[in-house]
Write a new protein. Structure first.
Length: 128
């Protein structure tokens, strides 16, 4: 959904963390801000991919708490697979859930935005 410019070592990547979400109808809801668990090569790769998708303003269909406003917004077209230790209730993420200890597994070039995870799937997983 967007990314945050890094500080220190991450400033050299141009990206310190990125914001991921799930779909709910035509809306995109935040689920995690990921800034750890990536290799240097993954930081470089995600920056390279995201800079091609940068947009002037936050897309209207992004539901994002003001505390999570990204430095740079991107068009919704990059699909990634994220692993996490657990899913917890969140007062800040617009999906109502947050991924605990999220990490990038891989880029899903085989998936389109239409095929990405929907909030109801997270609800179903969480209720187990």
């Amino acid at each position: 959904m967007g990314y945050y410019r890094g500080r220190g070592k991450r400033a050299s990547f141009g990206l310190g963390a990125f914001l991921v979400g799930v779909k709910e109808g035509e809306k995109f809801l935040t689920l995690a801000k990921i800034g750890t668990g990536l290799t240097d090569d993954q930081f470089r790769e995600i920056k390279r991919r995201l800079e091609k998708l940068e947009t002037e303003k936050k897309p209207k269909n992004y539901m994002v708490d003001k505390n999570l406003a990204a430095d740079v917004w991107v068009e919704p077209s990059l699909v990634v697979e994220i692993a996490a230790d657990e899913i917890t209730k969140s007062p800040i993420h617009s999906a109502g859930w947050a991924l605990r200890f999220p990490r990038l597994v891989r880029f899903r070039d085989d998936k389109s935005v239409e095929e990405m995870t929907e909030r109801k799937e997270i609800d179903r997983i969480r209720k187990g």
